[in-house]
Design a protein around this ligand. Structure first.
Ligand SMILES: Cc1cc2nc3c(=O)[nH]c(=O)nc-3n(C[C@H](O)[C@H](O)[C@H](O)COP(=O)(O)OP(=O)(O)OC[C@H]3O[C@@H](n4cnc5c(N)ncnc54)[C@H](O)[C@@H]3O)c2cc1C
Length: 463
């Protein structure tokens, strides 16, 4: 291997969103040299979006020592109301209330900018995070890449990670480097207007409301003195990634006025929440799985690899998991640059892909199915019809399935809560696999609530 120049890192990360920053923090803890370039001028822009964090993401954030700050800012999600357009319940689930007892962590909603700030604050050497970096070129040498930013510095790195979102440049480089045209792997059928409004006395903290309505509808979460809300609109057909309109306030007004009459509860209309908004933005919602996650020492992570609609509240949680899984494989290459050959890196990146692809494919597809059911898309009414029949055990079992098989940081110690997560899930699924086989699906309730509790032998997290 040729001697790398001075400005050399084992890993160059492009993109300082949740995936990129989490990866940077993990690599720092593992002693792997890295630098991160973010094209935006700031690391935690105030875009007024809420992110739902779930136990699988929290377990990794806990390993990184970030849990306390997030918990102090947020409240646990306790009850989820699935309602018709008049706010009358179709189904109510309080399974989320039991997550902490079940696996040690809650579901919680946090402002995206605050989450980014907390992850960033965890990084010791902040000089390695550079903002306003516009990638100009990547040249691949025999042992390392040379990466340049417009009018700025030039660095070299053994591995380039694209944590650069759904419209990833690195994913395109990967396609080009193996002579493959990027196919229609990510497309958009929906748009999302997201915003925040002050809490209302009529709504308790820690509640979620999903209104089932054709064409355009509302999803909302109540936090500490805040309501995070989303308006989804069905575009009627799919658009390629090149479809990326910039929406103005008139576009937002039109859709939000049209759903203003939808009720979250019989007494609270979406229009009342929208009227008090403190922030609002609109975006297209891409969905899909990258066909090629890596090639020639380039790799994608987070939305660049797996983009999903927000309905499973999993995009960021999966981005965090993928960052952990990628770091796990890079760690196994050893600390010394000499271990980082093209062949060993290719094997590591393939192992990372194998570790993540199937799990994340399931989540992308589930999130899409829930979104289509909520928007009453043709052919997706089965899930809505099943809602009133779902028992506590059904909701809980579905959640536990989504926490099962989650990645964590293998070479950092697990906290007591992390161990509890591992033990409880293992104990439950050992029994589940014996009693029910591998059948998964909320259309087929498997357990009575009583049997669920017997099987789960639920402890109580006292941390
Ligand atoms: C409305 C909405 C609601 C959501 N709600 C939830 C939820 O409740 N729970 C959940 O888990 N997930 C949710 N998600 C999904 C979640 O936000 C994403 O999955 C997650 O933020 C992905 O993070 P990322 O770092 O992979 O990508 P991004 O957040 O897209 O970050 C990519 C970063 O790369 C930068 N970048 C792009 N190109 C370059 C380049 N060439 N060089 C350098 N930098 C570059 C961008 O500026 C950006 O900062 C939601 C998403 C949306 C749109």
């Amino acid at each position: 291997m040729s001697q790398p120049p001075d400005n050399h890192y084992q890993v160059a990360i492009l993109g300082g969103g949740i995936a990129g920053l989490t990866l940077a923090l993990i690599l720092e803890r593992l002693g792997i040299t890295w630098t991160l370039w973010e094209s935006h001028e700031t690391i935690s822009p105030e875009i007024g979006a809420g992110i739902g964090l779930l136990p699988n993401g929290f377990r990794i954030l806990d390993q990184l020592g970030l849990l306390d700050r997030i918990e102090k800012l947020t409240v646990p999600l306790e009850t989820w109301y699935h309602v018709d357009e008049n706010g009358e319940p179709i189904a109510v689930s309080d399974a989320q209330r039991y997550y902490r007892f079940a696996v040690g962590y809650d579901a919680r909603f946090v402002e995206r900018s605050k989450l980014l700030r907390i992850i960033y604050d965890g990084i010791d050497d902040k000089s390695l995070v550079r903002t306003s970096m516009e990638l100009s070129r990547i040249d691949q040498g025999a042992d390392y890449f040379t990466i340049a930013a417009v009018g700025r510095i030039r660095i070299t790195a053994n591995v380039v990670v694209g944590a650069d979102g759904a419209r990833s440049s690195i994913r395109k480089y990967i396609g080009q480097s193996i002579g493959r045209q990027i196919k229609k792997e990510m497309q958009a059928q929906f748009t999302c207007i997201f915003g925040m409004s002050p809490g209302m006395s009529e709504l308790e903290r820690g509640e979620a409301f999903a209104v089932y309505h054709k064409g355009a509808t509302v999803l909302a979460f109540t936090g500490k003195r805040v309501i995070f809300w989303f308006v989804f609109e069905d575009l009627g057909h799919t658009f390629p990634l090149s479809y990326n309109p910039s929406y103005d306030i008139a576009d937002i007004e039109e859709v939000c006025q049209a759903v203003g009459h939808l009720h979250l509860t019989p007494t609270v209309k979406f229009g009342d929440i929208y009227a008090n908004r403190s922030s609002v933005q609109k975006t297209t919602l891409e969905e899909g799985l990258a066909e090629h996650w890596h090639a020639n020492r380039m790799v994608v992570v987070g939305d660049a690899a797996h983009k999903m609609v927000p309905h499973a509240a999993m995009g960021a949680n999966q981005a965090i998991e993928s960052a952990a899984a990628l770091a796990n494989e890079l760690q196994k290459l050893g600390q010394v640059n000499e271990g980082w050959t093209t062949a060993t890196i290719a094997t590591a990146l393939e192992k990372y892909t194998q570790a993540r692809r199937d799990r994340v494919a399931t989540v992308v597809s589930k999130a899409g199915a829930i979104c289509r059911a909520q928007l009453c898309c043709p052919g997706h009414d089965q899930l809505v019809k099943a809602l009133p029949k779902l028992s506590f055990a059904d909701w809980m079992t579905q959640s536990l399935f989504s926490f099962r098989g989650a990645s964590r940081i293998e070479s950092l110690p697990m906290t007591e809560r992390g161990k509890y997560y591992e033990e409880r899930l293992k104990s439950f699924f050992d029994k589940w696999d014996k009693a029910c086989g591998m059948v998964e699906g909320i259309e087929k309730p498997q357990l009575t609530d009583e049997t669920f509790w017997e099987m789960f032998e639920c402890g109580e997290w006292k941390g």
